[in-house]
Design a protein around this ligand. Structure first.
Ligand code: ADP
Ligand code: MG
Length: 238
């Protein structure tokens, strides 16, 4: 087990956004997280990476070490990196400078030591074939997603957390994303993927959990989880 939560909870006022969630992610696997909007998925990622919030209670374990009180910088340096739900890029900056800025995100305090070889390696890992010195403006949505993933890959994380990477992609680009993530995973990166596009989770995840109203309602293999009546009901609503 490389990453686990033990009864993690977080409330915003009277709203229990994450309510006693326990998940465990095995070394080398792709673990999926699904659930309707507002279920608490992104909040759970925030709690895993300490950015910008902390659990009210419960523990987060990374390689067996409690990290729920560690700084975002410590967590990132320890090898847990995330992407966000948006593919915002700095349009006026080059691809390389976006990578420079984006890869330092979550590690404030000291400017990241810049390593051009790592930049090239990260761009190669995400198969972003464009000239790194071109402006990021005009990149396709898929290429902006590649750039966002590259930002997380610069530090060669042990675990990569992806928040809805397939959002907005057409089926052909979803297939390209699946191929890309399969390649990165094959390179030894453990992944946790939040995804609404359930076919992407079916293609990538060995196990998954479904959250609803801050709680895990089902965990298991995607083919079993997605056929579970409780999951169907959570998606259809009351
Ligand atoms: P999901 O990613 O599953 O769609 P979120 O984790 O983003 O859901 O949000 C879960 C719930 O917590 C939502 O009701 C959301 O409005 C609320 N929420 C998330 N972050 C905050 C915050 N910083 N302050 C107040 N409410 C929040
Ligand atoms: Mg979300």
């Amino acid at each position: 087990m490389i990453l686990a939560t033990d009864e993690v909870s977080k409330s915003f006022g009277s709203l229990k956004a994450v309510d006693g969630v326990s998940i465990d992610v095995r070394h080398g696997e792709v673990f999926g997280l699904a659930g309707p909007n507002g279920a608490g998925k992104s909040t759970l990622f925030n709690l895993l990476t300490g950015l910008p919030i902390r659990p009210d209670s419960g523990r987060v374990l990374f390689n067996g070490v409690e990290i729920q009180r560690r700084s975002p910088r410590w967590i990132a340096k320890a090898g847990l990196k995330r992407t966000f739900q948006t593919e915002a890029v700095f349009e006026s900056l080059t691809v390389r400078d976006n990578l420079r800025v984006g890869s330092a995100y979550g590690s404030p305090g000291r400017p990241a030591r810049w390593n051009n070889a790592r930049c090239e390696a990260a761009l190669a890992a995400v198969e972003l074939g464009c000239d790194p010195d071109r402006p990021a403006a005009g990149l396709s949505l898929l290429d902006r997603k590649r750039l966002m993933i590259a930002c997380a890959m610069v530090s060669e994380p042990a675990v990569l957390l992806l928040d809805e990477p397939a959002a907005g992609l057409d089926p052909a680009d979803q297939e390209a994303l699946i191929r890309l993530l399969t390649t990165i995973h094959a390179g030894g990166t453990t992944m946790v993927i939040i995804e609404h596009v359930l076919s992407v989770l079916s293609a990538l995840a060995s196990r998954m959990a479904v959250l609803d109203s801050g709680r895990v309602i089902v965990t298991g293999r995607p083919q079993d989880v997605l056929a579970d009546p409780r999951v169907v009901e959570a998606y259809l609503g009351p």
